[in-house]
Design a protein around this ligand. Structure first.
Ligand code: NOJ
Length: 585
């Protein structure tokens, strides 16, 4: 993700001045301050999400092949603390427990992804199909359906088979289109009788920019100025091919939908009376969401991308634009390949015009846009560096989607907030606030006419957060990663989200305040239990060090089931044992 922008005093001043004028701006009839009490349309779908590499663990179990993330995370210095997804939440082994958590929340849907190398170890279907991997997803899907939870399945959440990277250069190579199509067809064949909602790609922006331009993500390539555009070009073609495959071969029988999940921050002009800032903010969104959405809905890249990248390429002395082009046939093949649009949204930026010097060596995705990103220092940022809570940006983004792409059916496929690892805090009041305000802005967008059919809280569990390792926790459930059983504990936001779901929105102020109070009340006792549990596991670790098998019988807990008395007695016996052992030595 993007680094936090440096903030000068001058920017703060500009921003404060502009904020006051922004109040008059009526683009979305938005009223930043007010809360809207009301409910969502009947049948609105509430869910939570995860992805394979971030939660499954079992990286080398039961015949799974390597993915680019297995290899990347095993290289020293790529991930915070050199964390890996090797075991992560052990979701591969604990999926039944996790479905119980979803039942507890009364979720309507669960969004997860299929690990391509788990079911096709080399990525090439004709090489080998791993039936054990298929069996895992079969069981997960069946279990969800038995629990009346609709699976929404992502085919590509970043874990490309390593063989495809080594052999062909991954998404730099057009051959990925056919390999991905074969993988997708295998999924339709094996799971499509039960799965009716398919997402081809998750957040291709990250795959392209962070995987092939900045190299912060796997496969870690830094092909500045060309790598991201080329990867995106192939991903868009792969998406379209899979949509057509479904349309011609499976839709009549399976009657499902195929969409794509795009991520997009909202970009708000710093100075709304300055045309240059307005254009820069529009450019920010077009280079982000529009890069993928415009070809899929309108058949070609946004005009502004073609203009800017084209001009800069000429200034660099290149004969052709660094942005690849689609042939007329490709344009009509790609246009309209979306039954629903998935939106992943977390934050907003203020944007101002900033021309970047052009020269022979310059040219990157970031400099091509000619803009600067700013944040308001008053925006809350409880977790990830890049994630500021700006709820009103969500309504604007959803309205943008409505007007730009012909009001498509939208599922919010990711929205949520993290906290830093250091705060092992189950009383996540700030997350309650974030969900409350963002979900409310989504409700306002629906009242504005946006066709939003479902919402997915990101994420069900704390999990591996890519290059940040386990240092950023997005979960509704806390996961104790230090314990090999990876127990899950509900944060206060679980209670709050559950109430939103059961009321299908926000009935009235008194009730919503009540939910919040109750959620925070219950979590303080859970917090104490977690603290005691952590002390217990520290004591258990000490015991393990002095080779005592005493702890081997300890049970894994999915929820907080260990009563205080029990926790305390384990702790006391551990201390007593240590005392005895010391005396013997
Ligand atoms: C988007 C990615 O799709 C997801 O995997 C990640 O956890 C969130 N961003 C938060 O960074």
């Amino acid at each position: 993700m993007l680094p936090r922008c440096a903030f000068s005093v001058c920017h703060v001043l500009v921003l404060v001045l502009c904020l006051s004028s922004a109040e008059d701006f009526d683009w979305t009839k938005n009223d930043h301050g007010s809360f809207y009490y009301g409910t969502f349309p009947a049948g609105f779908s509430w869910g939570a999400g995860s992805s394979a590499y971030q939660t499954e663990g079992a990286w080398d179990k039961d015949g799974k092949g390597l993915s680019i993330w297995d290899v990347f995370s095993h290289k020293k210095g790529k991930i915070q603390q050199n964390d890996t997804g090797d075991s992560s939440c052990e979701g591969y082994h604990k999926f039944k427990d996790d479905v119980s958590l979803m039942k507890e929340l009364k979720l309507n849907h669960y969004r997860f992804s299929i690990s391509w190398p788990r079911i096709i170890p080399t990525g090439i279907k004709s090489d080998h199909i791993n039936e054990k991997g298929i069996q895992y997803y079969d069981e997960l899907i069946n279990h969800l359906l038995e629990s009346k939870i609709t699976p929404i399945v992502t085919l590509y959440h970043w874990d490309l088979p390593q063989v495809l990277q080594e052999k062909y250069g991954g998404w730099q190579n057009i051959t990925m289109v056919n390999h991905f199509n074969e993988f997708a067809n295998l999924c339709f064949e094996r799971f499509g009788n039960r799965v009716k909602n398919w997402i081809t790609f998750n957040n291709p922006w990250s795959v392209a920019v962070e995987g092939y331009e900045t190299g912060e993500h796997a496969p870690g390539l830094r092909l500045r100025g060309t790598g991201a555009y080329r990867a995106a070009h192939h991903i868009i073609k792969a998406h379209a091919k899979v949509w057509h495959s479904y349309d011609t071969q499976w839709r009549a029988k399976q009657k499902g939908l195929v969409g794509i999940s795009l991520s997009g921050d909202w970009g708000e002009p710093v100075d709304i009376s300055n045309q240059k800032d307005i254009e820069a903010a529009e450019r920010y969104v077009q280079f982000y969401l529009g890069w993928f959405a415009t070809p899929i809905f309108h058949g070609d890249y946004p005009q502004v991308m073609k203009d800017f990248i084209g001009r800069k390429s000429v200034q660099q002395g290149l004969g052709t634009s660094r942005l690849p082009t689609f042939s007329p046939q490709e344009k009509s093949y790609i246009k309209g390949t979306c039954d629903f649009l998935g939106i992943g949204h977390f934050t907003t930026r203020y944007i101002t015009q900033k021309s970047n010097p052009s020269g022979r060596s310059s040219g990157s995705y970031f400099t091509d846009r000619d803009l600067a990103e700013l944040v308001d220092p008053r925006w809350p940022d409880p977790g990830s560096e890049w994630l500021y809570s700006v709820p009103w940006g969500f309504r604007r983004l959803l309205n943008f989607v409505k007007t730009q792409y012909g009001n498509p059916m939208v599922y919010v496929t990711e929205n949520g907030v993290s906290e830093k690892m250091l705060c092992t805090e189950l009383c996540d009041d700030w997350r309650i606030q974030y969900y409350k305000d963002y979900i409310n802005e989504m409700l306002k967008a629906i009242k504005d006419g946006a066709n939003v059919k479902g919402y997915t809280a990101w994420s069900l569990l704390d999990k591996f957060e890519w290059d940040e390792g386990y240092s950023e926790r997005f979960g509704l459930y806390y996961v104790d990663f230090r314990n090999k059983n990876k127990p899950r504990y509900p944060k206060a936001s679980v209670q709050f989200y559950k109430r939103i779901i059961s009321s299908n929105g926000f009935p009235n102020q008194r009730e919503v305040e009540n939910w919040r109070r109750k959620a925070v009340e219950t979590c303080s006792s859970s917090n104490q239990l977690l603290a005691a549990e952590e002390q217990r596991s520290t004591a258990a670790n000490i015991l393990r060090l002095i080779h005592d098998p005493l702890t081997s019988h300890m049970e894994m807990v999915t929820e907080i089931v260990v009563p205080t008395v029990c926790t305390l007695s384990i702790l006391l016996s551990a201390i007593f044992l240590m005392f005895l052992l010391r005396r013997r030595n």
